[in-house]
Design a binder for this molecule. Structure first.
Ligand code: ATP
Ligand code: MG
Length: 198
């Protein structure tokens, strides 16, 4: 059997939205991926300034959002690892769990441009290829990054953000069609973001 090609989409997913899903679908199509694994973070290292919603809620919203796509799966590796989440740990754990897979780490292009500041950058290149998603018309230069390990893909729903959805939910504005229907209902059922204004 050829090596399975697996996309890895890490994120806080607080909440998951159609931008994430469109990006995963677009990268899966362009790179002929067999599967995309969504990996909700434990405690993200760089978001300690804000109270992130409990991991179990973020995990369940991610499961609900991806349930209808047979190629989308959700991994608990980051939730179950104690401490802050770093991409190097995510990729090391997945490389052990999926030793035959070719991993494609999907991330916002702006985050990807910071990759040289990430932990263990040389090991990162050896564990996965990296796909940066950008807004159409905002092609970023890949200068300084290894051309055989990094690509960019334009995705059309980049304007959606979890920050905007939390703010809308907080203000009682609709979030329908920004997130999957089941996620709208989950947010309402558990009263998420009522107390959060950022
Ligand atoms: P926040 O507003 O809280 O920062 P977010 O919308 O950026 O949340 P994250 O969970 O931080 O969502 O993002 C997970 C991954 O998805 C990151 O790599 C991020 O760059 C990417 N991403 C975020 N929004 C979009 C979008 N609209 N389209 C494609 N990718 C996105
Ligand atoms: Mg973000």
């Amino acid at each position: 059997m050829p090596q399975p090609r697996i996309g890895v989409m890490g994120g806080t997913f607080d909440p998951i939205h159609h931008g994430h899903l469109v990006a995963a679908s677009e990268v899966a199509s362009q790179f002929d991926l067999d599967q995309v694994l969504f990996v909700p973070t434990g405690r993200p290292g760089f978001k300690q300034d804000r109270a992130v919603t409990e991991a179990e809620h973020r995990y369940l919203m991610t499961v609900i959002a991806t349930a209808s796509n047979p190629r989308f799966m959700v991994s608990r590796v980051d939730i179950e690892r104690p401490g802050l989440t770093y991409t190097i740990d995510t990729l090391r754990d997945l490389a052990v769990a999926l030793p035959d897979a070719d991993l494609y780490f999907i991330t916002g292009a702006d985050a990807l441009m910071q990759i040289t500041t990430w932990r263990n950058v040389d090991e990162l290149w050896s564990l996965a290829r990296f796909v940066g998603v950008t807004r159409p018309g905002h092609e970023l230069s890949l200068e300084g990054l290894p051309a055989d390990r990094v690509s960019m893909v334009e995705v059309p729903a980049m304007a959606i953000s979890s920050t905007q959805i939390r703010a809308r939910a907080h203000s009682g504005l609709p979030v329908w069609y920004l997130v999957p229907d089941g996620v709208v209902q989950y947010i309402g059922k558990h009263g998420l973001y009522r107390g959060i204004s950022d």
